[in-house]
Design a binder for this molecule. Structure first.
Ligand code: FE2
Length: 468
């Protein structure tokens, strides 16, 4: 029989696990859904099926993936949510309890399970070719049926993806190819990175290998029109440390930040040029582009990684881990420079994906202007920020609102002409809704709210797949 979850900030309130799988055919819509909005909004996020081992400590990155799909068409909306049925999920469901350590930590794995089967598939949801993939950076993509959300198993793209695969691949607007990487590609804590290119039809096109200076927990990378940038930042994976009962991933501020620059479609190895600078951090890159010999990366950046301890187990101060929009410039001469773009606390940055890798103007973020004691507090705002001028067009859902990642859906041909979709939980009414805003008039607030049949727990990344 499932046991109660422990008292943990990421297991209550917004993050309280939600065990039900639902379908709702015709949701209440407040306002007017644009007729042209036809497709499905997908959201992935951590939703643990069972509590961890009593001596293990839960982490928000560790819950089992649950996919929400909200379909919009002809001004009407429906929804469905399903767990991703990984092997871990199925084994634990059969046992009626948790069998794997948090992050697959072998100290707390049940003897009956293989560490190879640790997969939460909880971080991103990415359509490519005819497929849809639940992504978690430690494992290959998990294929999901885009209509039913049935789990179909690992996708290896013709045996070219054999292990870790980033939760943040990039779709190149030039040809629709998918560029991706896997860290710890030769085992947890190794410095090997595998780079994959998969063409627009889902066929493997290219594989290359490179080594990063140390085993950073590289979460995202950059793709411009001509180059790739692999950011090796001082959040370090160590199996040796984990086996001593210390954190498997920890901030090591005596390490430099290093950026590996390689040609798009490059051969890896010695063709990668590494540039070092002082420790700095970002989980997420909004966009990146070539600027002469320089490369520009616009990031949700911080001094130090949030949510992760130092090697001695101490947790960071909130003011050191606030993410704000920043511009990183990697000079062709190897110099690194950081400039602020906007001062709001932000969580997830997105763009109009048609300008991925190109010079662009608009970053879309969920954000807050309120002082926060940690990352549990709500990001109550959606903002569109002009990355050249810093001008901000923002809307707050008010006190007690928790707003997720905003996804851009194109309307007209110009960059930024479209809609922003984001899931919001109002903690005061305990209601969740999908907010639809005009991306060119964010401050006007939602043109429509699609009301969910029940609270949607906090999650990570989202994607839009147009009706076809
Ligand atoms: Fe992410």
């Amino acid at each position: 029989m499932p046991q109660p979850f422990p008292d943990h900030p990421y297991l209550r309130g917004y993050y309280r696990p939600f065990p039900a799988e639902m379908e709702a055919p015709d949701l209440v819509v407040e306002g007017t859904l644009p007729e042209s909005l036809a497709g499905t909004f997908y959201r992935n996020g951590p939703n643990p099926q069972f509590p961890p081992h009593p001596q293990d400590r839960y982490h928000v990155f560790d819950g089992d993936g649950m996919i929400y799909a909200i379909r919009l068409e002809g001004g009407r909306a429906s929804m469905r949510n399903r767990f991703v049925r990984t092997r871990k999920f199925e084994l634990e469901r059969a046992a009626g309890r948790r069998l794997f350590g948090v992050f697959g930590n072998p100290r707390f794995n049940d003897p009956s399970v293989s560490p190879m089967d640790y997969n939460t598939a909880n971080t991103h949801i990415w359509p490519h070719a005819d497929g849809l993939y639940a992504l978690m950076e430690g494992c290959p993509p998990t294929a999901i049926d885009p209509e039913t959300l049935e789990t179909k198993g690992y996708e290896t793209f013709g045996n070219t993806v054999s292990g870790p695969f980033t939760a943040h691949p990039k779709t190149d607007p030039a040809d629709g190819a998918l560029h991706a990487f896997g860290v710890s590609a030769k085992g947890p804590g190794t410095t090997a990175i595998r780079y994959n290119v998969i063409d627009a039809n889902g066929a493997p096109r290219h594989v290359a290998w490179l080594e990063q200076p140390y085993a950073s927990m590289m979460h995202d990378f950059a793709l411009t029109e001509t180059k790739l940038v692999f950011p090796c930042l001082p959040l370090v994976i160590s199996m040796a440390r984990a086996l001593e009962g210390k954190p498997i991933a920890a901030w090591e501020d005596d390490r430099p930040a290093a950026f590996g620059v390689m040609a798009k479609g490059g051969e890896g190895g010695a063709s990668v040029r590494w540039f070092e600078t002082d420790p700095t951090f970002a989980f997420h890159i909004a966009n990146s582009f070539d600027d002469g010999q320089d490369i520009v990366l616009d990031v949700a950046g911080s001094k130090r990684a949030p949510l992760m301890p130092s090697a001695d187990g101490t947790l960071p101060r909130h003011e050191d881990t606030r993410f704000t929009l920043r511009r990183w410039r990697i000079g062709g001469n190897g110099h690194f420079r950081e400039e602020p773009i906007d001062g709001l606390d932000v969580q997830f940055p997105r763009i109009d994906d048609r300008v991925q890798g190109r010079r662009y103007r608009k970053a879309f973020v969920n954000a807050t202007a309120r002082p926060t004691a940690g990352r549990i507090d709500g990001f109550d705002m959606i903002a569109a920020v002009d990355v050249e001028t810093g001008a901000r067009d923002a809307f707050s859902f008010g006190e007690g609102a928790y707003c997720g990642e905003p996804v851009f859906v194109p309307r007209g041909p110009a960059e930024g002409d479209g809609w922003l979709l984001a899931l919001v939980w109002d903690s005061q009414s305990n209601e969740s809704f999908l907010a639809v805003l005009d991306a060119t008039r964010v401050a006007d607030g939602p043109v429509a709210k699609v009301h969910m049949p029940a609270r949607v727990p906090g999650g990570f990344h989202c994607h839009w797949r147009a009706a076809r």
